[in-house]
Design a protein around this ligand. Sequence first.
Ligand code: ZN
Length: 382
Amino acid sequence: MKEQYDVIELLRDMVRIDTCQPEGNEKQLVNLIRDLFSSYSEDIVLTEIEHSENRSSLVIRIGPEVQGGLAFVGHLDTVSVGDRKTWSHDPHSAKLVDDTIYGRGAVDMKAGVAAMTVAALDYLNAGFKFEKPLYLVYTAGEENGCLGARAIAKSNLLEFADAFVIPEPTDIKPAIAEKGALWLRFYLEGKLAHGSKPEEGINAVEAAVDLSKLIKETMSVDLKHKLLGDFTLSVNRFEGGIMTNVIPAEAMVEMDIRTLPEQNHDRLLELIDSCINEILEAYPGLAIRLETIHNYPSLSSDEDSDFIKKIQGYVREAGLPDKVCGMTYMTDAAVLIPVYPKPFVIIGPGHESMAHQVDEAVKVESVNLALEIYKRIMKDLT
Ligand SMILES: [Zn+2]
């Protein structure tokens, strides 16, 4: 029997491997994880999905192929570091200061990934026999279009999974809902004219302003989700125009729409289409092209399901508040749950407000608590 795996050392090793977007280079981290499981090849089935030379995702199945399994899904990539000079510690040194580990990905989400990995390794090491399958799912490219989750959703690799745990940072609160994301880009093409003769042109910038306003008005709804709060729509990018005295022929607008579980994205896109048509009528000769950047539905799990009740029980036993909550960010669940409509919970170490920040950091205690809870979940639910 091996000595116990150290979750903090594993987390630090993971932070030291740079898996920043856009390159990702997740394969290096996949290799580290494969090495950890190499002595258990008899007990596991390991599938690596190669996306490109340096990018891959990994699915490990432990236990038999029978229904009733449990999947832990964590992403290996991180957002970029940004301006390195603004960091107090090198973002890939995994510096440990006063029980806090600093680095890009420390919270989002190498802490959760390390904890789910060590929880499973501890059971393999102890010779624990899983009666139902436990899946460890490591995805590439979550921060940029859910590359890995998409490939896994197309496979039948998780066909026996009946519940999902997403170890993203929630400060170890059980989150049972996440907002949807519908990101849209509009290109408007009008007609250039001299600024003194606007009637001879088709003003793409004015049309873009009107379109933005119309969409905001048309989509405004008085919807509130008890865990997720409000539906939101914001116009966050705008380009257009060349000079003060030129009627602009081109404009571009981007919108970030965050939806609630009761909102159907196809229905929202129909509303957007009706707005586009209204603007086209108001600006004869104008052309508008709509591009969907992201389209992920909002999700929620049934608070009264056995699975969620059990998760709340484990959190309570660990001495933590068990009240369910929602997360405004999206996860790989947005790709997997529509394909595998099963209960899911987002629960992981570290505070979500630390994700994507300069000096991203996680507390050792939080990682250890997550490990303890994941071990309970794995033992009781597989
Ligand atoms: Zn994340």
